[in-house]
Design a binder for this molecule. Structure first.
Ligand code: COA
Length: 158
């Protein structure tokens, strides 16, 4: 795991759930302000159930500074049949506003890249809200490219 003088990145643990839930609330408020009308449901109960139960749907990384969680990234594995390779899906990335611009977001992405490599994945993929200019600039800044020839579709099951 990466280690820096003031903060470090480590794997998320069940006891991080309240801190991640608090950051998730900040993230939801940020997206709502940008006009995202999604109903954000990722609270502490959902995080504990789906991330830290017997059959986790995702895993996480946290950025910790003086024992306090100031950022997080959630991810889960996937597969791309066109490229015949494993993927790592990033499902959330957030750094609290006061801690931005110090390399934490990039370090969370780099650590996820290491998780992907270790797990045999060749690519990381994620979605970004179209009006989240800050997020888009950050991703372009770290060298990610926009997928222009695919549309995201969904179909309700329940
Ligand atoms: C996007 C986000 C995670 C970046 O975290 P961060 O800790 O501030 O990012 P870093 O400090 O690691 O920045 C890494 C690089 O991106 C650049 N960068 C960061 N934010 C940027 C911005 N708004 N515009 C342009 N460049 C930016 C930094 O300058 C840095 O470049 P450098 O290495 O050349 O100096 C953070 O701003 C955030 O949580 N935003 C709200 C949630 C969000 O948008 N999440 C991602 C979309 S789902």
């Amino acid at each position: 795991m990466s280690s820096f003088p003031e903060w470090r990145i480590r794997e998320a643990r069940r006891e991080d759930v309240p801190a991640i839930a608090a950051l998730t609330e900040e993230f939801s408020a940020y997206l709502s302000e940008l006009g995202d009308t999604s109903e954000f449901r990722l609270d502490a109960e959902a995080l504990a159930r789906d991330g830290f139960g017997p059959d986790p749907a995702f895993r996480g990384l946290v950025a910790e500074r003086s024992g306090e969680v100031v950022g997080f990234l959630l991810h889960h594995p996937g597969y791309d049949t066109d490229q015949a390779c494993r993927l790592l899906f990033v499902v959330d990335l957030y750094v609290t506003a006061a801690e931005r611009g110090r390399g934490i977001g990039a370090a969370l992405m780099e650590e996820a890249r290491e998780v992907a490599r270790t797990g045999g994945a060749k690519q990381m993929v994620w979605t970004v809200y179209r009006h989240n200019a800050l997020g888009r600039r950050f991703y372009e800044g770290i060298g990610a490219r926009n997928v222009v020839d695919l549309d995201l579709m969904c179909w309700d099951v329940l």
